[in-house]
Write a protein that binds this ligand. Structure first.
Ligand code: AMP
Length: 459
């Protein structure tokens, strides 16, 4: 099947060719014709399936087919808005949309917190057709009156489940209130909790439903292996695997930010250049870690679940679950970082005795029994003391947890170190939520009803 046969025009097909795509992915085959028709869409798909092109290509085509009326001030309006949970995903989505829009004359802009707001404000002074944003920074622009959302024709909620998990529901609803009633809505989510269903019911008008096979059940290109090892021997076993197999590029997952920092540091001492990426790192540090990892400057990137969402590194050969996630679905997201776009990948999990219940939950989800292997020299000691796992989302009260409420003040005060780099001061009359965002633009002033625990936290 060709992209042109899905109804895409020459400009877009040319851009797709330049991206090197030859065949539409299953989500693209389903989503493109539906979005082109103009209706609302509820899509079950996660990052790695090609969903960005699934919504982005028909969106760009629809926008390029009509001309927008200028705003009252004579400026060109923002016509499409894509909301994402994390900066990384926002950056990646916008990068892809920019590539797809290359021959359309449409302009895209990304905006997220943790960096100065000024360049974004300046960019908004020019024509921008599509904005990709994290909710917190978007609302900063709204309060600074640097963006007018009253002419948005298309709205995409990307990784909607993760946005709700991160406590963005109130921000999302605030944004929705600023949009015109008449618009096309596309909601992408990997999971469908009751909260997501409620949001979908409120947001979508007679939506089409599509779902692509989850990678967990179908990703034959990913070899999953599980190694039994004592907790205290995990680092040695990880170093062994990296060294023994001479892996040049491996993404390693920990449950906590603190654990990610500590592991990256220890691996460095073992002679394996590593960096950590998580929500407490500044945007500059995250970008640097990611680009060093992509260009081979470091061999190991240690990440927490939230930071890793949306990381797209093509043909990433190895993913290691240094610690199993509290939430089984995060296992699927993690291993989805490898074996992408048809290339082979390997996902290794290091399983300590304490983590057996987490493994059970993963087995249930992926409908496979994990065959536990042992590496000679790293066999678990049956008499080793078992230490309990840290609580789910534990230590929220600690400074740096990033997503805890900070005392309930509603003073407009900001405490997020990562956000302070920007000139995002509020002027009078702006929103007064106390924000202590952890750099992903998460809001912390709102009480959150969570259907899933926060996988990333300080402990
Ligand atoms: P996404 O799920 O949108 O994050 O896409 C995952 C990756 O697949 C990105 O690197 C895309 O550039 C790539 N991709 C998307 N569509 C295709 C396609 N039809 N053929 C090959 N690669 C694709």
């Amino acid at each position: 099947m060709s992209f042109a046969s899905l109804g895409l025009n020459e400009n877009l097909v040319q851009a797709i060719n330049e991206c090197g795509y030859t065949e539409p992915t299953p989500i693209q085959q389903q989503a493109i014709p539906l979005v082109l028709k103009g209706g609302d869409l509820l899509a079950g798909a996660q990052t790695g399936t090609g969903k960005t092109a699934g919504f982005g290509l028909p969106m760009l085509q629809r926008l390029s087919e009509t001309k927008a009326r200028p705003l009252a001030n004579g400026r060109a309006p923002v016509r499409a808005l894509v909301l994402t949970p994390t900066r990384e995903l926002a950056a990646q989505v916008e990068e892809n949309l920019r590539a797809y829009a290359k021959h359309t004359g449409l302009r895209t802009l990304v905006m997220f917190g943790g960096v100065s707001i000024n360049p974004q404000m300046k960019a908004l002074g020019r024509k921008v057709d599509v904005v990709v944003a994290t909710p917190g920074r978007l609302l900063d622009h709204v309060s600074q009156r640097s963006i007018d959302l009253s002419r948005v024709e298309m709205l995409v909620l990307d990784e909607a489940d993760r946005m709700l998990d991160m406590g963005f529901i109130r921000d999302i609803r605030r944004v929705l209130a600023l949009l015109p009633k008449q618009r096309q809505n596309l909601l992408f989510s990997a999971t469908f909790s009751d909260e997501i269903k409620t949001l979908a019911e409120d947001l979508l008008h007679q939506p089409e439903h599509i779902e692509v096979a989850r990678r967990n059940a179908t990703a034959e290109t990913i070899a999953q292996r599980f190694f039994e090892v004592d907790k205290g021997r995990k680092r040695a076993l990880l170093s062994y695997h990296i060294g023994h197999h001479n892996w040049r590029q491996v993404l390693v997952f920990t449950r906590t930010k603190h654990g990610a920092n500590r592991l990256a540091e220890q691996l460095g001492k073992d002679g394996l250049p590593a960096m950590a990426i998580h929500g407490n790192k500044s945007q500059g540090a995250r970008t640097k870690a990611l680009s060093e990892f992509k260009n081979g400057g470091i061999r190991v990137l240690v990440a927490t679940d939230i930071a890793a969402r949306g990381i797209d590194i093509s043909e990433l050969p190895h993913v290691v679950n240094y610690e199993l996630p509290h939430v089984a679905e995060d296992y699927v997201h993690r291993i989805g970082r490898t074996g992408r776009a048809g290339s082979d990948g390997e996902a290794l999990s290091l399983v300590s005795a304490e983590e057996k219940p987490l493994l059970k939950a993963i087995e249930k989800l992926i409908k496979q029994t994990a065959e536990l292997e042992q590496v000679p020299g790293f066999e678990p000691d049956p008499n080793a003391p078992k230490t309990p796992l840290e609580p789910r989302g534990g230590n929220r009260g600690r400074n740096g947890g990033g997503q805890q409420r900070s005392g309930g003040q509603r003073s407009g005060q900001r405490t997020g170190g990562n956000r302070s780099g920007g000139n995002a001061q509020r002027s009078g009359g702006q929103r007064s939520g106390n924000r202590s965002g952890n750099g992903d633009g998460q809001r912390t002033g709102a009480p959150r009803r969570r259907s899933r625990p926060q996988a990333e936290h300080s402990s």
